[in-house]
Design a protein around this ligand. Sequence first.
Ligand code: OXD
Ligand code: MN
Length: 608
Amino acid sequence: MTQAGVERRSSSAGNMAEFPFQSSPPLAANECVRKWVKECVAMCQPSNIIWCDGSLPERQALFDLGVKQEIFTRLNQEKRPGCYLHRSNPNDVARSEHLTFICTPGEDMVGPTNNWMESKAAYAKMRGLFEGCMRGRTMYVVPFVMGPIGSPLAKVGIQLTDSLYVAVSMGIMTRMGEIAWKQLGDSDEFTRCLHSLGDVNPDRRYICHFPIDNTIWSFGSGYGGNALLGKKCLALRIASWLGEQQGWMAEHMLLMGTEAPGGEKTYVAAAFPSSCGKTNFAMLIPPEKFRKQGWKVTTVGDDIVWMWVDESTGRLRAINPEAGYFGVVPGTNDDSNPNAMEAMSRDTIFTNVALLPDGDVWWEGKTKELPAQAIDWTGKPWTPASKGKAAHPNSRFTAPMANNPALDPAANDPNGVPVSGIIFGGRRSRNVPLVFQAFNWIHGVYLGATLGSETTAAATGQVGVVRRDPMAMLPFIGYNIRDYLVHWFRMRKRMTDCPRVFHVNWFRKDETGKFMWPGFGENMRVLKWIIDRCHGRAYARETVLGWMPRAQDIDLDGLVGVDFEKIQHVGLDEVKTELVSQEELFLKLAGDLPKEMIFQRELLVSRL
Ligand code: OXD
Ligand code: MN
């Protein structure tokens, strides 16, 4: 397998005809598309062009080519049909937030939480990198749709990339191929996504967004969050900006449905920062007692939602713009997330996991027993005595959402689902209780805006330090955070029946460093209280922080070793510590703070 993660200069440059690929534009590709592709081809000078149609034979041919070019290792097809392993360059294993830019004419549009580049200067700099960068390589033209086909919010993007791994991954993560030409028709409204691996050099790595031009240029990385441009770049950064302009919202949230024993269906969306368990929560399997009673949980999405107000009901509705999961694998196993295990049992790309002698894959936490030997994520022999990890802590699976046995029946519904509750959550060892409810929408927005979480391996940088991550969107708000918060506050006025807002923390630890709450499927107990609150049923007492359940308000039956009152208790000193540490965010926004933020903080102080 290619070690450097720089996919080879195409050795098949002269013999593309042997593969069933389309080298000229399909009839359905409109004039605007052809013109733009022509310009990019003139700049990047690829030796081949493949126009992807999204068909199954094409996908298989791409995998076969990828195996030939050592971009993929074919896994044991009996154990894992349709599954492949990819190893990235070891310098390219996470999102590079410090190399991610929003490029606009002026800095104010971008605000204090983004890196800014003046757009003309950014194009000039990036042109210098893209010029001739695909010589000897193949350019894949990947048309895709974000959102269920026919949805009023669905968006077309076209990604040009010289990475076969990226082209195939886009086929899993989006509705890719012919269908996008149909959705686009004659329109020029598509996001122009240009991507090259370059030489995968962090010194020449830039992920640039040009919201005004509906354009994304990404150079020098093959990592999902930097390179699958439909995901973080389009569906969050560009879409959040569009949403602010057009009155809807793009958020870093999972979206799940819960069916109660009588058949009542409730949907909630939840924002947790990267690698804090969104995928696990979205695929939750209720504890046995709940299952026996008839409770069911279904997944609409695990990472991104687009939400708008349905004018006929005054309620929020949501879709998942993606078609696949790009999930973290370490820690995933048959106990923690059986649905994810099932989803990745076939037609999945594994990135940076360990390879077993029988052609299966392994990662830390997959099984209690360690394998006697493996090839680690860098391609070196590994045994339990080895110093390093077998799989990278941010190793991933890329699987079609259709593989999820708990996929919600409405996951492809263009009209989306109604949202009854919004949950904010972080990874907090101390100071933050298991669950509470905001007093109202404005208070809920304040809770989301001041969300804190300990950093994880999903982004390059120090792991385990608390950072303020407003709405879990800090790395993904594509414009000025001041305007983003105002947009959240204003959404209230568009709704006649707005969702209830909650805050959760599955990660609180006791004095000995032990988690105080078991998490995973047991989170159903908290979810049930949340759902009951959404429907105006369960009891809660008013506290300094918000509405809180007492032990008797949550079904704790059968749980051992949980001291509910302790996990919910927050002393005034802890609230004060939290208030002080929020100053970092308030100072960043200095002078630009929406007044609701100031009032909510003052109200909290006065409740102490
Ligand atoms: C992700 C992330 O990959 O948030 O979803 O980093
Ligand atoms: Mn994410």
